[in-house]
Ligand binder design. Structure first.
Ligand code: 6OG
Length: 156
């Protein structure tokens, strides 16, 4: 199989509130998501990439972040699978409040109000594990980029 494209996703939360961003452009435009993007091909670590993307997209620094999951997205219209490393961080962000950037409009949500209907279709499956502090691994298969047709998800 061709080599996967490696990406990050970082979701600030204390288990009661989560910080998501409305993606304003590019892949996933119009969806709420965590913060993240491609790992630099240099020698950047996946965790450093996750923290860098949060800074670029929401203007805040995460003191420490914890790796919680690995998601593989398989698209019938893309040549290689995407390997997304999922991290959380607590709410000790610096500064405390995020700011809107060219790429993302950050917004706080209570966990019971997470807008799954405005998010990628995989999110409603694995967010409950993430919010319960569990570690997980999953494969999600999409048709025409957006239609989730099957998945496997397990705690690790
Ligand atoms: P940029 O194009 O902004 O990186 N991403 C996904 N996130 C979720 N929740 N579900 C998906 O299902 C996703 N596919 C990609 C990874 C894209 C960002 O979007 C995430 C990156 O954080 C298919 O550089």
């Amino acid at each position: 199989m061709a080599k996967a494209k490696v990406l990050t996703l970082l979701i600030p939360t204390d288990g009661k509130r989560v910080l998501l961003g409305l993606k304003k452009r590019g892949f996933g435009e119009g969806y709420y998501n965590g913060f993240g993007g491609k790992v630099e091909p240099s020698d950047e670590s996946v965790e450093a990439a996750a923290r860098r993307e949060l800074e670029e997209e929401a203007g805040v620094t995460a003191k420490e972040c914890v790796r919680k999951g690995l998601l593989r997205f398989h698209f019938d219209d893309k040549p290689v699978p995407w390997e997304v490393h999922v991290f959380t961080t607590g709410l000790n962000l610096e500064p405390k409040e995020p700011k809107e950037t060219e790429e993302m409009k950050p917004q706080w949500f209570a966990v019971e109000d997470i807008p799954y209907q405005k998010m990628w279709a995989d999110d409603e499956y694995w967010y409950p594990l993430l919010l319960a502090g569990k570690e997980f691994e999953g494969d999600f298969y999409f048709e025409n980029t957006h239609k989730l047709v099957r998945h496997h998800l397990r705690e690790t």
